[in-house]
Ligand binder design. Structure first.
Ligand SMILES: Cc1ncc(C[n+]2csc(CCOP(=O)(O)OP(=O)(O)O)c2C)c(N)n1
Ligand code: SF4
Ligand SMILES: [Mg+2]
Length: 312
């Protein structure tokens, strides 16, 4: 099966080509001249978030903890973000966003409050405030761009780093597995949680639309290629994350109310060897391909069982 024709929820194959996105009619959320590396998945995600807000004629405020996304803004008094943005401490973005949302509600405004955070700020240091905001069902949208590393501080491992990946703190490859943050977030019973890939623009757009038109706590996990941390070619970023979906390493799915599941793309179980070979953070001898494949298949099987037993 071609990666451009991934079946969606049992329906006819959805065409998913980048060329189908129409030109922007407003100022881009991420302005030209920002400092993001070439091939950064975060740049693509921010651009598509801006488009989705434009589609729905919505306005938003960003809350961004310490991460590459905070550096992206640039030095005061200039900014690369074409929307009001608050830089928060590393651990506090969901708490700050909760405060912004309260003030928004007191003012009778309907603007979105969006956390834009890295995996370190989400899976690790910000997790307490994220869990607390989810438990209170705060009316905020939380987007984690998961580049599987502490990119901004030179590439240390996070609990999102996959097994086998070399980082500055795992010089012989990480031995622990990647934390299943989606299951943890779903267990909070929040109205909407979904995974996103910058290799699947139409699926990405639809999920942003769902998230932006749902009330309460919404959590999106975006697989975000990082050529600097992954030691990959910038031009191959999108191909890489598409390959992660095809080989089952990054499944695309949605969870509604923590109960109902929908799978958005069926992997064709492409050989992940190429995915690892094209990133110099992996050494062939440090990646256990057999275990990786078995783990990917078992996790997908579990998702399938859930989606069949509790369909959205
Ligand atoms: C309490 C605290 N500890 C450490 C730091 C240093 N620090 C800033 S950003 C960052 C890594 C962020 O990683 P992630 O959230 O994955 O975002 P990325 O840099 O990958 O975009 C660290 C360790 C900090 N700012 N505050
Ligand atoms: S280090 Fe990675 S996440 Fe940070 S700007 Fe560069 S490519 Fe993007
Ligand atoms: Mg990161």
């Amino acid at each position: 099966m071609s990666t451009t024709e991934l079946p969606v929820n049992g329906s006819a194959p959805r065409r998913d080509m980048p060329g189908e996105i129409p030109p922007l009619s407003c100022e881009p959320l991420l302005r030209p001249g920002n400092t993001n590396c070439g091939g950064c998945g975060m740049s693509i995600g921010l651009t598509w978030l801006g488009r989705a807000l434009e589609d729905l004629e919505q306005k938003a405020h960003l809350a961004i903890p310490a991460c590459c996304g905070a550096v992206t803004a640039g030095a005061f008094p200039t900014t690369s973000y074409a929307m009001p943005t608050v830089a928060t401490t590393f651990a506090a973005a969901p708490a700050v966003a909760s405060g912004l949302a309260s003030i928004r509600d007191l003012n009778g405004s309907e603007e979105q409050v969006i956390c834009w955070a890295g995996d370190g700020g989400t899976y690790d240091i910000g997790f307490a405030t994220l869990s607390a905001a989810a438990e209170r069902n705060e009316n905020i949208l939380y987007i984690c761009y998961d580049n599987e590393i502490y990119g901004n501080t030179g590439g240390q491992r996070s609990s999102a780093t996959p097994p086998g990946a070399r980082t500055t703190t795992t010089p012989h490859g990480k031995s622990e597995s990647k934390k299943d943050v989606m299951s943890i977030m779903a267990a909070h019973g929040i109205p909407y949680a979904a995974t996103l890939s910058v290799g699947h623009p139409e699926d990405f757009r639809q999920k942003l639309h769902t998230a932006l038109t749902t009330s309460g706590m919404r959590f999106l996990l975006m697989h975000s290629p990082c050529p600097t941390g992954w030691k990959s070619e910038p031009a191959e970023s999108v191909q890489l994350v598409r390959l992660a979906v095809r080989s089952g390493l990054f499944p695309l799915f949605e969870v509604f109310g923590g109960q109902r599941y929908r799978i958005n793309a069926e992997p064709d179980w492409a050989d992940p060897t190429e995915y690892f070979r094209r990133q110099r953070r992996f050494r062939p001898e440090e990646v256990d391909l057999g275990t990786t494949r078995r783990w990917a298949r078992e996790r997908f099987q579990r998702l399938k069982v859930l989606a069949e037993a509790f369909p959205a």
